[in-house]
Design a protein around this ligand. Structure first.
Ligand code: F6P
Length: 514
């Protein structure tokens, strides 16, 4: 397993880190992966650096590692597990390099939970009083919350007859109170989502909400009719009396943060319908094909990973912002935070040796327009340079004139920010501008420096060019998953465990015992 610093091109890249090209002089660098157009031109990467970065992919054996993942080898070495989220979204009639048994198990569960979702939506599955369910509540945390929550939020605006879904990840009494004020105890279906079925927060919310139903007159013998379990530990779910037909399983080879493609996606199917969920899987599957088939020079996941490596390891950028110019994507940064930071926030290599290079940067972000009036000051003039991924959508805005005008405001702001970050405004230009504004020479002397922008602040721009659909959202999430995987191989760290979160859990349990 090569340590990154031993890769021939890694050493050669070091020499370029002090001579960055101006962001004004670079030739365009655009890639297309399915419905996603990526403008990667505003990165301080000249042709020499680009060539050396591309070499890293083969030098670190990324394609071989990817193929080992697809074959179902136990690439999650610290837990001795395969990593097969790609199998979850593959067509059930296509090739199954992970084996027929796994393909069959996936198809069976998928069919079961999608059938269940449609039956609840159609009113064929009803409450114990024969009423259709009016609300869904997702109880879960981390990967059992962030993925379905983000996807429901992103796709809800265009969903036909959306069944309202609430997400609760937190047993904080104020959070429970907030939820219970909004739902009808007699007509709500609760999905307890937990891969391990041992997560303290999730089990606490489950038990509190079950007690709440009982306190609202639901008979003890009927209360579990309102609960569904989604888990990789059906044995543990059974100890809580879930009904067999209301249990959906997935497997230990699905990571929590990549589980949205499994039955953990049930709230999406309940909110938007099974067809939408199938489109979401199909979109991800097309990105899987791109990841497996596109050449190094055209492979978008590779390039998001390589650009991240360049910024992190050679230019010492400590954080990375994901800024969305589509309100529907407002929860994407929180989802990506878990995906990137829980996967690659590691300091020990796969071989147990300490990492010699920096790994995952801090990922943060939000909605662009709101950010412009908050943290963009720091992006433009702060002492740290923060590479940004701008994400926007094209072509599915409502047709009304007002909608068109407002969408233009959103898009033009993105263009302006991208340009301002990259090009800045020199002191001389600022002085000239202030003179045009008829500002006194005294004030110009005092203020021009504060009103100048250094520029040279890099960004990527990803555009969902056929709008935000289940299909394109599936592609976008799979793109980031493959970026994270590629970076983990380049850094030689294990991406699919999360031992770092265990100590705090153990201490919390110990404190509870005291
Ligand atoms: O504590 C971290 C973590 O294990 C995540 O990896 C996971 O997504 C989350 O907790 C929830 O875990 P579970 O689905 O087992 O309840």
């Amino acid at each position: 397993m090569p340590c990154p610093t031993s890769l021939p091109s890694w050493a050669r890249l070091q020499a370029f880190s002090t001579q960055q090209p101006s962001l004004k002089d670079l030739s365009p660098f655009r890639l297309q992966a399915e419905d996603i157009s990526a403008d990667l031109s505003l990165q301080p990467i000249g042709s020499d650096v680009r060539g050396l970065l591309a070499n890293l992919i083969d030098e670190a054996h990324v394609p071989a590692k990817r193929d080992a993942m697809v074959r179902g080898e136990a690439i999650n070495v610290t837990e001795q597990r395969p990593v097969l989220h790609m199998a979850l979204r593959a067509s059930s009639t296509g090739p199954a390099p992970w084996g027929a048994d796994i393909a069959q198990a996936i198809a069976t569960q998928r069919e079961r939970f999608l059938h269940f979702a449609d039956a609840v939506r159609d009113g064929r599955i009803v409450t114990s009083n024969g009423l259709p369910f009016s609300h869904i509540v997702n109880i879960g945390i981390g990967g059992s919350d962030l993925g379905p929550r983000m996807v429901c939020t992103a796709l809800g605006a265009k969903a036909k007859n959306p069944l309202p879904v609430f997400f609760i990840s937190n047993p904080d009494p104020w959070c429970i109170q907030d939820l219970t004020e909004q739902i009808d105890p007699l007509r709500t279906l609760f999905i307890v989502q937990s891969k391990s079925f041992t997560t303290q927060e999730t089990l606490a919310v489950f038990s509190t909400l079950k007690a709440w139903l009982l306190s609202h007159g639901i008979e003890a013998s009927k209360v579990m009719q309102q609960f569904v379990a989604v888990t990789a530990r059906p044995d543990l779910a059974r100890t809580h009396q879930f009904e067999e037909e209301k249990m959906f399983v997935f497997w230990d080879w699905v990571g929590g943060r990549t589980s949205v493609w499994s039955a953990i996606g049930l709230p999406i199917a309940l909110h938007c319908g099974s067809q939408t969920f199938k489109q979401f899987l199909a979109g991800a599957s097309t990105m899987d094909k791109h990841f497996q088939q596109a050449s190094v020079h055209e492979n978008l996941p590779y390039w998001l990973a390589l650009i991240g490596i360049w910024n992190r390891n050679f230019l010492n950028r400590t954080s990375h912002a994901v800024v969305c110019y589509d309100w529907r994507l407002r929860l994407l940064p929180a989802f990506l935070q878990q995906l990137e930071m829980e996967s690659n926030g590691k300091s020990i290599q796969v071989d147990g040796q300490p990492s010699k290079v920096k790994t995952a940067p801090v990922l943060w972000g939000g909605l662009g327009l709101d950010g412009q009036h908050a943290y963009f000051q720091m992006l433009h003039q702060g002492t740290d340079i923060v590479p940004v991924d701008f994400i926007s959508t094209l072509g599915d805005e409502p047709e009304s004139k007002d909608a068109q005008i407002n969408k233009r405001i959103v898009d033009l702001n993105l263009q302006a920010q991208k340009q301002a970050l990259a090009q800045g405004r020199s002191l001389q230009e600022t002085v000239e501008r202030m003179r045009v504004e008829k500002i006194s020479e005294d004030h110009i002397h005092q203020l021009a420096i504060h009103r100048s922008y250094e520029g040279k602040r890099p960004s990527n721009h990803l555009v969902l060019r056929n709008g935000l659909t289940a299909f394109s959202l599936g592609q976008l999430l799979a793109l980031y998953e493959h970026k994270v995987f590629t970076q983990s191989v380049l850094w030689n760290i294990p991406a699919f465990d999360q031992w770092g979160v265990e100590l705090g859990k153990t201490l919390a349990k110990r404190l509870e015992g005291n």
